[in-house]
Design a protein around this ligand. Structure first.
Ligand code: ATP
Length: 216
């Protein structure tokens, strides 16, 4: 299979999702998969899957589906050839420490490579194999890193964001409850775990699911 020159962004975004599922099928010893099965597992409609796979150069056979091994080697090759995106983490508290240990090991193309903190007792150590540097060194040590995870207290979020913007980051994954302001050319994804959890609890109380998993 040959990767077509221009895969639409939306299809390319689903590559890791497909890869994870196909890899699981392979581990279970399955040799083929239909677009319907794939669709149910990854929650993408079968027509989109067929279109995506045709961009990837994979054509399923009627009544057979897709060959798992072929797909797997295609996804491995394509995703492994992707450059590794190095990520910095700012704020090595409880959440930050957990991320350093977790470090997205199951993603092959993103990795936290350094962390920063203001607390002298945390600086100079490795956590999960990742060095913790002093925040004063941010501007100097962010060279070549364009993605940052923010796990500082919310009172610090805006100030740190400004400094990150000046270092030339292009993306920030913001885990603080603070809403941060950035120029238009910088992408911020905001994940507030407390809000998500509260929303889930609220929905459980006020929008109970019926047996089929649909809203009443
Ligand atoms: P802990 O119990 O380890 O303090 P926490 O998650 O409850 O964890 P927070 O007060 O949320 O702690 O702070 C998160 C981390 O951000 C801490 O390690 C703290 O030292 C660090 N931190 C605070 N201010 C800054 C700053 N300006 N720059 C970098 N790191 C900072």
């Amino acid at each position: 299979m040959v990767l077509q020159n221009k895969i639409p962004q939306a299809s390319a975004k689903r590559l890791p999702l497909y890869y994870r599922f196909i890899n699981n099928l392979h581990i279970q010893g399955k040799t083929r998969v239909s677009s319907k099965e794939l669709s149910e597992a990854v929650k993408v409609d079968p027509a989109t899957i067929r279109r995506d796979f045709s961009y990837f150069g994979a054509l399923g056979k009627k009544g057979y589906g897709y060959n798992v091994e072929h797909l797997l080697s295609f996804f491995r090759k394509t995703l492994d050839h992707d450059e590794l995106t190095e990520v910095a983490l700012i704020g090595v508290g409880n959440l930050g420490t957990a991320f350093l240990h977790y470090n997205f090991m199951k993603n092959n193309n993103t990795k936290i490579v350094k962390a920063f903190d203001a607390e002298p007792s945390k600086v100079g150590f490795d956590i999960g194999g990742i060095p913790v540097l002093h925040i004063d060194e941010l501007e100097e040590k962010m060279q070549g890193i364009h993605v940052a995870i923010l796990t500082v207290p919310s009172s610090e979020a805006e100030g740190i964001t400004e400094r990150l913007v000046n270092t030339g980051v292009s993306g920030i994954l913001n885990f603080t409850p603070a809403r941060i302001t950035v120029p238009d050319n910088i992408r911020v994804h905001h994940i507030d775990l407390a809000v998500e959890l509260q929303a889930l609890v609220y929905f459980l109380k006020h929008y109970p699911l019926d047996e089929e998993g649909k809203k009443e």
